[in-house]
Design a protein around this ligand. Structure first.
Ligand code: FES
Length: 104
């Protein structure tokens, strides 16, 4: 029998809803962060570094490292490990500094 973290604490989350990641639906549970929803769906990277374009996703999970930055509902540089995955949230992979409007 496969046990999940929710099973271990006997959590009974509400019904799943959907967020959007790079144009495709991703399931999310009430109270789940965006980073947790992406991880649970098998997505491990949603940003590239400014130098070298290396893939990044969540690292610390507590808002300290800024590795999990993404563009959320059109706002770049959002820490996905701190933001709830609200129904209809749109997340886009962030490349570099996430500000295409700034010429660097
Ligand atoms: S994973 Fe470190 S700030 Fe989000």
């Amino acid at each position: 029998m496969r046990r999940t973290p929710a099973d271990l604490v006997r959590a009974e989350p509400g019904p799943a809803h959907t967020i959007e990641f790079d144009g495709r639906p991703v399931p999310a549970l009430p109270g789940q962060t965006i980073a947790a929803a992406l991880w649970a769906d098998g997505v491990l990277a949603w940003r590239t570094t400014r130098v070298g374009g290396k893939p990044r996703g969540a690292f610390c999970g507590i808002g300290a490292c800024y590795d999990c930055l993404a563009t959320v509902d059109g706002q770049p540089n959002q820490r996905t490990c701190l933001l709830p995955a609200e129904p209809g949230t749109t997340v886009t992979t962030q490349e570099g500094h996430g500000r295409a409007d700034l010429a660097v």
